[in-house]
Design a protein around this ligand. Sequence first.
Ligand code: ZN
Length: 325
Amino acid sequence: MPQEIMSNLFCIGIPLPKNPLRILNSYVIKGEDRNLVIDTGFKLPECEAALRQGLLELDIDLNKTDFFITHLHSDHSGLVPALVTENSRVYLSRIEIPWMFGDTRDALWAGDRVKFQRAGFSEEELSHLWKAPDRKLSPIREFEDYLPVDDGDIFEYGGYRLKAVETPGHTPAHMCLWMEDQKTMFTGDHLLFDITPNITHWDEIDDSLGSYLDSLRMTDKFDVQLALPGHRETGDFHARTAELLSHHELRLDESLEIVRKNPGLNIYDIAGKMSWKIRCNSWEDFPITQKWFAVGECHSHLRHLEKRGLIKADYGEMVLHYYAT
Ligand SMILES: [Zn+2]
């Protein structure tokens, strides 16, 4: 059953089967002329059934509905091609559109594989990862009709005025939506409450953790009284911002300490020495997809330490090794 948040604004909880995020929040603004759906769910029958049921209960006509995708991840974007009609407009940040279809998508995904090779994953683990079912949850690669969004763009639906706020970090050009009159921000995965947003390394961003920390400080200046996150529950936006900033400082200290004590390790091995909230006896026991998240996150922290001049990597080799400066 969709939950009413304020007049004309609803949230449909989309179950994410076998995924630790559990629920995606799909927000629906009902308008006189056109409706807006913010984020959708994986390209999975369970997600599609939940979203269609919610839209039916809200009496939403898909012929009069547009979509705003906060960022390229498949749990937010996956269902869009299944729901669009020829009248739909699908908005996504300009920088993230090339990830979604055709040759640019293939090239970017291939580059992603090289990045994990350089982090120290074995060929065997990589082929296992690239065959993982998670790769099939994204929007079909044939769908190309995304309309580019830039920072500051304005959207009007259901009597609300929404402003796009670019918040790079979680993804290269993640977008939040800000409703100034209501002091309400749709935060996508930029800020979550009972989960720490995953910050991975992107070759396309020089220093994704640095960008993320800057984005957190930037959105903290907005007078957000109600945050509407992409997953699970809401909470105090500014208190959570402070928590996330200090969480990453602690993680940076921990990574630096590991590099100082163990010069010459690769990212995969450094990640194995970091502490993780997961019930496994050892790094070897981590499920492969969890290793993938952990290594990506570790890489983003190492890159940021490198930008702060505290460590350096040996870029001459295929696999990167790190040393304190
Ligand atoms: Zn995400």
